[in-house]
Design a protein around this ligand. Structure first.
Ligand code: AMO
Length: 436
Protein backbone atom coordinates (compact mmCIF):
# COMPACT_ATOMS: atom_id res chain seq x y z
CA UNK A 1 0.00 0.00 0.00
CA UNK A 2 1.25 3.45 -0.84
CA UNK A 3 1.86 5.69 2.19
CA UNK A 4 -0.28 8.77 2.62
CA UNK A 5 2.10 11.72 2.39
CA UNK A 6 1.52 15.09 4.02
CA UNK A 7 0.64 17.71 1.41
CA UNK A 8 1.21 21.45 1.57
CA UNK A 9 -1.24 23.95 0.13
CA UNK A 10 1.32 26.77 -0.01
CA UNK A 11 5.00 27.48 0.36
CA UNK A 12 6.03 29.77 3.22
CA UNK A 13 6.85 32.64 0.88
CA UNK A 14 3.36 32.47 -0.63
CA UNK A 15 1.74 33.39 2.70
CA UNK A 16 0.80 37.01 2.02
CA UNK A 17 -1.78 39.37 3.61
CA UNK A 18 -4.06 38.93 0.57
CA UNK A 19 -4.75 35.34 1.78
CA UNK A 20 -6.30 36.77 4.97
CA UNK A 21 -8.78 34.24 6.41
CA UNK A 22 -7.75 31.34 4.09
CA UNK A 23 -7.01 27.90 5.51
CA UNK A 24 -3.50 26.71 4.62
CA UNK A 25 -1.27 23.68 5.15
CA UNK A 26 2.51 24.11 5.36
CA UNK A 27 5.48 21.75 5.52
CA UNK A 28 8.92 22.67 6.76
CA UNK A 29 11.39 23.00 9.61
CA UNK A 30 11.05 24.92 12.88
CA UNK A 31 13.72 27.55 12.17
CA UNK A 32 13.08 29.42 15.40
CA UNK A 33 10.80 28.75 18.38
CA UNK A 34 9.82 31.41 20.92
CA UNK A 35 7.59 30.75 23.91
CA UNK A 36 6.02 33.77 25.62
CA UNK A 37 3.79 31.82 27.99
CA UNK A 38 0.28 32.09 26.63
CA UNK A 39 1.52 32.43 23.08
CA UNK A 40 4.19 30.65 21.10
CA UNK A 41 5.78 31.50 17.76
CA UNK A 42 7.39 29.16 15.28
CA UNK A 43 9.28 30.59 12.37
CA UNK A 44 8.61 27.89 9.81
CA UNK A 45 11.21 27.51 7.07
CA UNK A 46 10.88 25.73 3.75
CA UNK A 47 12.81 25.96 0.51
CA UNK A 48 11.07 29.23 -0.40
CA UNK A 49 11.73 31.16 2.82
CA UNK A 50 10.12 31.55 6.23
CA UNK A 51 6.72 32.47 7.69
CA UNK A 52 5.47 33.05 11.20
CA UNK A 53 3.18 30.48 12.78
CA UNK A 54 1.41 31.75 15.90
CA UNK A 55 0.17 29.38 18.54
CA UNK A 56 -2.49 30.84 20.83
CA UNK A 57 -2.53 28.26 23.56
CA UNK A 58 -5.90 29.12 25.09
CA UNK A 59 -7.68 28.56 21.79
CA UNK A 60 -6.31 25.04 21.19
CA UNK A 61 -7.58 21.60 22.28
CA UNK A 62 -5.39 19.60 24.64
CA UNK A 63 -4.15 17.03 22.09
CA UNK A 64 -2.80 19.81 19.85
CA UNK A 65 -1.26 21.61 22.82
CA UNK A 66 0.59 18.48 23.86
CA UNK A 67 2.19 18.22 20.44
CA UNK A 68 3.20 21.87 20.48
CA UNK A 69 4.66 21.76 23.98
CA UNK A 70 8.14 20.42 23.27
CA UNK A 71 8.59 21.47 19.68
CA UNK A 72 12.18 22.54 19.09
CA UNK A 73 14.64 23.91 16.59
CA UNK A 74 14.83 22.00 13.27
CA UNK A 75 11.94 19.62 13.96
CA UNK A 76 10.13 18.81 10.71
CA UNK A 77 6.50 19.85 10.99
CA UNK A 78 3.19 19.84 9.16
CA UNK A 79 1.09 22.85 10.14
CA UNK A 80 -2.57 23.61 9.48
CA UNK A 81 -4.02 26.99 10.27
CA UNK A 82 -5.54 30.14 8.82
CA UNK A 83 -3.84 33.21 7.49
CA UNK A 84 -4.17 36.42 9.43
CA UNK A 85 -2.94 39.75 8.25
CA UNK A 86 -0.81 40.94 11.17
CA UNK A 87 0.95 44.30 10.94
CA UNK A 88 3.10 43.39 13.97
CA UNK A 89 4.56 40.29 12.32
CA UNK A 90 7.82 40.72 10.38
CA UNK A 91 6.20 40.11 7.00
CA UNK A 92 2.83 41.63 7.92
CA UNK A 93 1.17 38.24 8.07
CA UNK A 94 0.99 35.12 10.24
CA UNK A 95 -0.56 31.66 10.19
CA UNK A 96 -2.67 31.00 13.28
CA UNK A 97 -2.13 27.36 14.17
CA UNK A 98 -5.06 24.92 14.31
CA UNK A 99 -3.23 21.61 14.10
CA UNK A 100 0.35 20.41 13.92
CA UNK A 101 2.10 17.11 13.26
CA UNK A 102 5.73 16.62 14.17
CA UNK A 103 7.02 14.53 11.29
CA UNK A 104 10.62 14.16 12.44
CA UNK A 105 12.34 15.38 15.55
CA UNK A 106 15.78 16.93 15.64
CA UNK A 107 18.18 15.86 18.37
CA UNK A 108 18.77 18.45 21.00
CA UNK A 109 20.85 20.43 21.51
CA UNK A 110 21.50 21.23 17.84
CA UNK A 111 25.33 21.44 17.52
CA UNK A 112 25.15 24.53 15.35
CA UNK A 113 23.04 27.69 15.34
CA UNK A 114 21.01 27.64 12.14
CA UNK A 115 19.32 30.98 12.80
CA UNK A 116 22.59 32.86 12.40
CA UNK A 117 22.42 34.67 15.74
CA UNK A 118 25.74 33.14 16.78
CA UNK A 119 28.35 33.65 14.06
CA UNK A 120 30.73 30.80 13.31
CA UNK A 121 34.08 30.57 11.52
CA UNK A 122 34.33 28.88 8.12
CA UNK A 123 35.79 25.63 9.53
CA UNK A 124 32.98 25.18 12.07
CA UNK A 125 30.47 26.04 9.36
CA UNK A 126 31.89 23.44 6.99
CA UNK A 127 32.07 20.80 9.74
CA UNK A 128 28.29 21.22 10.08
CA UNK A 129 27.72 21.98 6.41
CA UNK A 130 24.18 20.60 6.14
CA UNK A 131 23.02 22.73 9.04
CA UNK A 132 25.00 25.69 7.73
CA UNK A 133 23.24 25.38 4.36
CA UNK A 134 19.87 25.64 6.06
CA UNK A 135 20.58 29.31 6.73
CA UNK A 136 18.68 31.18 4.00
CA UNK A 137 21.64 33.39 3.04
CA UNK A 138 23.89 30.36 2.66
CA UNK A 139 21.55 28.31 0.50
CA UNK A 140 20.78 31.44 -1.56
CA UNK A 141 24.28 31.02 -3.06
CA UNK A 142 23.31 27.65 -4.51
CA UNK A 143 20.01 28.87 -5.88
CA UNK A 144 22.05 31.48 -7.73
CA UNK A 145 24.42 28.70 -8.86
CA UNK A 146 21.43 26.82 -10.27
CA UNK A 147 20.48 29.86 -12.35
CA UNK A 148 24.08 30.30 -13.51
CA UNK A 149 24.27 26.69 -14.72
CA UNK A 150 20.93 26.86 -16.52
CA UNK A 151 21.83 30.21 -18.09
CA UNK A 152 25.19 28.88 -19.27
CA UNK A 153 23.65 25.83 -20.92
CA UNK A 154 20.99 28.00 -22.54
CA UNK A 155 23.67 30.40 -23.85
CA UNK A 156 25.77 27.59 -25.30
CA UNK A 157 22.80 26.05 -27.10
CA UNK A 158 21.90 29.44 -28.58
CA UNK A 159 25.47 29.59 -29.91
CA UNK A 160 25.49 26.09 -31.46
CA UNK A 161 27.61 24.35 -28.83
CA UNK A 162 27.08 20.67 -28.03
CA UNK A 163 27.43 19.48 -24.43
CA UNK A 164 30.00 16.71 -24.02
CA UNK A 165 31.29 14.64 -21.11
CA UNK A 166 34.93 13.58 -21.18
CA UNK A 167 36.68 11.09 -18.87
CA UNK A 168 37.67 11.91 -15.31
CA UNK A 169 40.09 8.98 -15.13
CA UNK A 170 42.99 9.59 -17.47
CA UNK A 171 46.44 8.22 -18.32
CA UNK A 172 48.51 11.41 -18.85
CA UNK A 173 48.63 14.91 -17.38
CA UNK A 174 47.46 17.86 -19.48
CA UNK A 175 48.06 20.88 -17.26
CA UNK A 176 51.50 20.01 -15.87
CA UNK A 177 52.35 17.12 -13.62
CA UNK A 178 52.70 18.77 -10.21
CA UNK A 179 49.06 19.05 -9.25
CA UNK A 180 47.97 15.56 -10.33
CA UNK A 181 46.04 13.12 -8.15
CA UNK A 182 47.19 9.58 -8.71
CA UNK A 183 44.68 6.73 -8.44
CA UNK A 184 45.16 2.99 -8.37
CA UNK A 185 43.59 1.70 -11.57
CA UNK A 186 43.34 -2.09 -11.34
CA UNK A 187 46.95 -3.22 -11.70
CA UNK A 188 48.30 0.08 -12.96
CA UNK A 189 48.30 3.82 -12.28
CA UNK A 190 45.90 6.46 -13.53
CA UNK A 191 45.18 10.10 -12.71
CA UNK A 192 42.16 12.27 -12.00
CA UNK A 193 41.61 14.72 -14.86
CA UNK A 194 42.79 18.31 -14.24
CA UNK A 195 40.78 19.58 -17.23
CA UNK A 196 39.09 18.22 -20.36
CA UNK A 197 41.74 19.95 -22.48
CA UNK A 198 42.90 17.35 -24.97
CA UNK A 199 39.51 15.68 -25.37
CA UNK A 200 37.70 18.93 -26.05
CA UNK A 201 40.27 19.84 -28.69
CA UNK A 202 39.86 16.45 -30.38
CA UNK A 203 36.08 16.78 -30.30
CA UNK A 204 36.06 19.96 -32.41
CA UNK A 205 36.95 17.70 -35.35
CA UNK A 206 33.52 16.08 -34.86
CA UNK A 207 31.13 18.67 -33.39
CA UNK A 208 33.01 21.94 -34.21
CA UNK A 209 31.73 23.60 -31.00
CA UNK A 210 31.65 21.76 -27.69
CA UNK A 211 31.18 22.69 -24.05
CA UNK A 212 31.52 20.79 -20.82
CA UNK A 213 30.58 21.67 -17.25
CA UNK A 214 31.93 19.39 -14.60
CA UNK A 215 34.30 18.72 -11.72
CA UNK A 216 38.07 18.56 -12.24
CA UNK A 217 40.80 17.77 -9.77
CA UNK A 218 44.06 19.39 -8.76
CA UNK A 219 46.26 18.36 -5.88
CA UNK A 220 46.75 21.96 -4.78
CA UNK A 221 49.38 22.21 -2.06
CA UNK A 222 48.75 25.90 -1.48
CA UNK A 223 45.95 26.60 0.95
CA UNK A 224 44.34 29.78 -0.36
CA UNK A 225 40.86 31.23 -0.47
CA UNK A 226 40.63 30.65 -4.21
CA UNK A 227 42.00 27.11 -4.64
CA UNK A 228 40.34 23.78 -3.90
CA UNK A 229 41.19 20.22 -4.93
CA UNK A 230 37.88 19.65 -6.71
CA UNK A 231 36.49 22.58 -8.67
CA UNK A 232 33.85 22.99 -11.34
CA UNK A 233 35.07 24.09 -14.72
CA UNK A 234 33.03 25.49 -17.60
CA UNK A 235 35.00 24.62 -20.73
CA UNK A 236 34.50 25.41 -24.38
CA UNK A 237 36.36 24.62 -27.55
CA UNK A 238 35.42 25.91 -31.01
CA UNK A 239 36.72 25.20 -34.49
CA UNK A 240 37.49 28.05 -36.92
CA UNK A 241 37.92 30.66 -34.16
CA UNK A 242 41.01 32.23 -32.62
CA UNK A 243 41.49 33.80 -29.19
CA UNK A 244 39.48 36.91 -30.09
CA UNK A 245 36.45 34.86 -31.15
CA UNK A 246 36.35 32.87 -27.93
CA UNK A 247 37.00 35.94 -25.75
CA UNK A 248 33.89 37.47 -27.27
CA UNK A 249 31.92 34.31 -26.47
CA UNK A 250 33.21 34.45 -22.89
CA UNK A 251 32.22 38.06 -22.25
CA UNK A 252 28.81 37.49 -23.82
CA UNK A 253 28.32 34.45 -21.60
CA UNK A 254 29.16 36.50 -18.49
CA UNK A 255 26.65 39.19 -19.49
CA UNK A 256 23.96 36.56 -20.19
CA UNK A 257 24.56 34.99 -16.76
CA UNK A 258 24.33 38.39 -15.02
CA UNK A 259 21.07 39.20 -16.78
CA UNK A 260 19.51 35.88 -15.78
CA UNK A 261 20.67 36.09 -12.17
CA UNK A 262 19.32 39.65 -11.83
CA UNK A 263 16.04 38.57 -13.45
CA UNK A 264 15.46 35.35 -11.50
CA UNK A 265 17.26 35.73 -8.19
CA UNK A 266 16.24 39.10 -6.79
CA UNK A 267 15.33 37.63 -3.40
CA UNK A 268 18.58 35.68 -3.08
CA UNK A 269 20.71 38.69 -4.08
CA UNK A 270 18.93 40.73 -1.45
CA UNK A 271 19.56 38.08 1.22
CA UNK A 272 23.24 38.23 0.30
CA UNK A 273 23.19 42.01 0.22
CA UNK A 274 24.53 42.07 -3.34
CA UNK A 275 23.66 44.53 -6.07
CA UNK A 276 24.73 43.32 -9.49
CA UNK A 277 25.45 45.73 -12.31
CA UNK A 278 25.44 44.10 -15.73
CA UNK A 279 29.00 44.51 -17.04
CA UNK A 280 29.51 46.33 -20.31
CA UNK A 281 31.13 44.67 -23.29
CA UNK A 282 33.71 44.58 -24.73
CA UNK A 283 35.67 44.05 -21.51
CA UNK A 284 38.92 46.06 -21.41
CA UNK A 285 41.88 44.20 -22.92
CA UNK A 286 45.52 44.66 -21.91
CA UNK A 287 48.54 42.72 -23.05
CA UNK A 288 50.92 40.96 -20.67
CA UNK A 289 53.62 43.44 -21.70
CA UNK A 290 51.38 46.41 -20.88
CA UNK A 291 50.68 44.94 -17.45
CA UNK A 292 54.38 44.38 -16.76
CA UNK A 293 54.99 48.04 -17.65
CA UNK A 294 52.12 49.14 -15.44
CA UNK A 295 53.51 47.13 -12.52
CA UNK A 296 56.86 48.82 -13.04
CA UNK A 297 55.27 52.27 -12.73
CA UNK A 298 53.60 51.04 -9.53
CA UNK A 299 57.00 50.04 -8.18
CA UNK A 300 56.71 46.26 -8.58
CA UNK A 301 59.17 44.51 -10.89
CA UNK A 302 58.27 41.26 -12.64
CA UNK A 303 60.88 39.37 -14.55
CA UNK A 304 59.69 39.06 -18.15
CA UNK A 305 58.30 35.59 -18.76
CA UNK A 306 57.18 34.99 -15.19
CA UNK A 307 53.50 34.58 -14.44
CA UNK A 308 51.85 37.15 -12.18
CA UNK A 309 51.98 36.24 -8.50
CA UNK A 310 49.34 37.10 -5.92
CA UNK A 311 51.17 40.32 -4.94
CA UNK A 312 51.19 41.51 -8.57
CA UNK A 313 47.53 40.65 -9.10
CA UNK A 314 46.47 42.37 -5.88
CA UNK A 315 48.10 45.60 -7.05
CA UNK A 316 46.70 45.35 -10.59
CA UNK A 317 43.27 44.51 -9.12
CA UNK A 318 43.20 47.73 -7.11
CA UNK A 319 43.33 49.71 -10.34
CA UNK A 320 41.27 47.38 -12.57
CA UNK A 321 38.14 46.79 -10.54
CA UNK A 322 35.77 44.88 -12.82
CA UNK A 323 36.20 42.37 -15.64
CA UNK A 324 39.19 42.68 -17.97
CA UNK A 325 41.35 40.46 -20.16
CA UNK A 326 45.12 40.07 -20.08
CA UNK A 327 46.32 38.74 -23.45
CA UNK A 328 49.50 37.53 -25.15
CA UNK A 329 51.37 35.89 -22.30
CA UNK A 330 54.92 34.68 -22.86
CA UNK A 331 54.76 31.28 -24.58
CA UNK A 332 56.98 29.71 -21.96
CA UNK A 333 54.53 30.60 -19.18
CA UNK A 334 51.62 28.81 -20.86
CA UNK A 335 50.80 25.12 -21.44
CA UNK A 336 52.18 23.27 -24.48
CA UNK A 337 48.94 23.39 -26.48
CA UNK A 338 48.79 27.22 -26.72
CA UNK A 339 49.63 28.72 -30.13
CA UNK A 340 52.75 30.92 -30.23
CA UNK A 341 52.25 34.21 -32.12
CA UNK A 342 53.37 33.95 -35.76
CA UNK A 343 55.22 37.29 -35.75
CA UNK A 344 56.83 36.74 -32.34
CA UNK A 345 56.92 33.13 -31.04
CA UNK A 346 58.08 34.33 -27.62
CA UNK A 347 54.52 35.52 -27.11
CA UNK A 348 51.41 33.39 -27.37
CA UNK A 349 47.79 33.75 -28.50
CA UNK A 350 46.60 33.33 -24.92
CA UNK A 351 44.45 35.22 -22.45
CA UNK A 352 43.21 35.25 -18.89
CA UNK A 353 39.89 36.73 -17.84
CA UNK A 354 40.28 38.65 -14.60
CA UNK A 355 37.86 40.21 -12.14
CA UNK A 356 39.89 42.73 -10.19
CA UNK A 357 42.72 40.56 -8.75
CA UNK A 358 41.03 37.18 -9.30
CA UNK A 359 41.72 35.01 -12.35
CA UNK A 360 38.44 33.55 -13.55
CA UNK A 361 39.33 31.90 -16.83
CA UNK A 362 42.16 31.19 -19.18
CA UNK A 363 42.29 30.16 -22.78
CA UNK A 364 43.62 30.92 -26.22
CA UNK A 365 44.18 29.77 -29.76
CA UNK A 366 45.52 26.21 -29.86
CA UNK A 367 48.27 24.73 -31.91
CA UNK A 368 46.63 22.91 -34.81
CA UNK A 369 49.79 21.58 -36.44
CA UNK A 370 51.23 18.25 -35.27
CA UNK A 371 54.93 18.99 -35.66
CA UNK A 372 54.68 22.29 -33.79
CA UNK A 373 52.75 20.54 -31.01
CA UNK A 374 55.47 17.87 -30.77
CA UNK A 375 58.12 20.58 -30.61
CA UNK A 376 56.28 22.36 -27.78
CA UNK A 377 55.82 19.10 -25.85
CA UNK A 378 59.56 18.53 -26.04
CA UNK A 379 60.36 22.11 -25.05
CA UNK A 380 58.26 21.62 -21.93
CA UNK A 381 60.08 18.41 -21.09
CA UNK A 382 57.05 16.18 -21.69
CA UNK A 383 57.15 12.66 -23.07
CA UNK A 384 55.92 12.93 -26.68
CA UNK A 385 55.17 9.19 -26.87
CA UNK A 386 52.68 9.44 -24.02
CA UNK A 387 50.64 11.83 -26.19
CA UNK A 388 50.57 9.63 -29.30
CA UNK A 389 46.81 9.04 -29.10
CA UNK A 390 46.23 12.77 -29.04
CA UNK A 391 48.85 13.59 -31.69
CA UNK A 392 47.32 11.10 -34.15
CA UNK A 393 44.15 13.20 -34.28
CA UNK A 394 46.24 15.95 -35.95
CA UNK A 395 46.95 13.61 -38.89
CA UNK A 396 43.30 13.50 -39.91
CA UNK A 397 42.28 17.11 -40.42
CA UNK A 398 42.64 19.43 -37.40
CA UNK A 399 41.18 22.90 -38.03
CA UNK A 400 42.33 26.09 -36.34
CA UNK A 401 40.54 26.16 -32.98
CA UNK A 402 40.40 28.00 -29.69
CA UNK A 403 38.75 27.72 -26.31
CA UNK A 404 38.84 28.49 -22.62
CA UNK A 405 38.17 27.11 -19.16
CA UNK A 406 36.21 29.21 -16.68
CA UNK A 407 36.27 28.44 -12.95
CA UNK A 408 32.58 28.31 -12.07
CA UNK A 409 33.25 28.53 -8.34
CA UNK A 410 35.34 31.65 -8.77
CA UNK A 411 32.63 33.26 -10.90
CA UNK A 412 30.17 32.47 -8.10
CA UNK A 413 32.49 34.18 -5.59
CA UNK A 414 32.14 37.35 -7.65
CA UNK A 415 28.39 37.02 -8.21
CA UNK A 416 27.69 36.46 -4.51
CA UNK A 417 30.49 38.68 -3.18
CA UNK A 418 32.09 35.89 -1.11
CA UNK A 419 35.77 36.03 -0.21
CA UNK A 420 36.37 32.32 0.23
CA UNK A 421 35.75 29.81 -2.56
CA UNK A 422 34.65 27.24 0.06
CA UNK A 423 31.49 29.27 0.68
CA UNK A 424 30.25 28.69 -2.86
CA UNK A 425 30.94 24.93 -2.96
CA UNK A 426 28.45 22.63 -1.23
CA UNK A 427 31.05 20.22 0.16
CA UNK A 428 34.49 21.68 -0.60
CA UNK A 429 37.62 19.58 -0.83
CA UNK A 430 41.11 20.82 -0.02
CA UNK A 431 44.30 19.44 1.48
CA UNK A 432 42.81 19.64 4.94
CA UNK A 433 39.22 18.69 4.21
CA UNK A 434 37.82 15.44 2.86
CA UNK A 435 34.66 15.30 5.01
CA UNK A 436 31.80 15.97 5.15
P1 AMO B 1 43.56 26.85 -15.95
O1 AMO B 1 44.51 25.88 -15.34
O2 AMO B 1 43.95 28.29 -15.94
O3 AMO B 1 43.29 26.48 -17.46
O4 AMO B 1 42.13 26.68 -15.25
C1 AMO B 1 41.03 27.39 -15.73
C2 AMO B 1 40.26 28.06 -14.59
O5 AMO B 1 39.83 27.06 -13.67
C3 AMO B 1 39.83 27.61 -12.36
N1 AMO B 1 40.70 26.80 -11.49
C4 AMO B 1 40.47 26.57 -10.18
N2 AMO B 1 39.48 26.96 -9.36
C5 AMO B 1 39.54 26.56 -8.08
N3 AMO B 1 40.50 25.77 -7.56
C6 AMO B 1 41.51 25.35 -8.34
N4 AMO B 1 42.45 24.54 -7.82
C7 AMO B 1 41.53 25.73 -9.72
N5 AMO B 1 42.36 25.50 -10.77
C8 AMO B 1 41.83 26.15 -11.82
C9 AMO B 1 40.34 29.03 -12.46
C10 AMO B 1 41.10 29.01 -13.77
O6 AMO B 1 41.15 30.29 -14.36
N6 AMO B 1 42.76 23.86 -19.91
C11 AMO B 1 42.92 25.23 -19.47
C12 AMO B 1 41.79 26.10 -19.97
C13 AMO B 1 41.77 26.27 -21.46
O7 AMO B 1 42.79 26.77 -22.01
O8 AMO B 1 40.76 25.93 -22.10
C14 AMO B 1 42.98 25.25 -17.95
O9 AMO B 1 42.68 24.30 -17.26
O10 AMO B 1 39.22 29.90 -12.52
Amino acid sequence: MRRKLPRRSHYASEIKPNLDGCKVALLGWAHEVRDLGGIKFILLRDVSGTCQVTIKKEDLPREVLEKVEDIGYEDVVYVEGFVKSQPKARLGVEVVLENIEILSRALRPIPYDVTGKVSAGIDTRLDHRILDLRKPENNAIFKIADTVLTAAREFFRMNNFIEVRTPRIIATATEGGAALFEVKYFDSKAYLAQSPQLYKEELVTVFERVFEIGPFFRAEESHTRRHVSEFTSVDIEAAFLDLYGVMEILENLIVHIYKKVVEEREKELELLNVKLDIPETPFPRYTYNEMVEELKTLGLELEWGEDFGTEHLRILGEKHRGYYFITHFPTKSKPFYIQPCEDNPELSESFDLMYSWLELASGGTRISNRSLLEKRLMEQGLNVKAFEHHLKVYDYGMPIHAGWGLGLDRLLMILTNRENIREVILFPRDKFRLVP
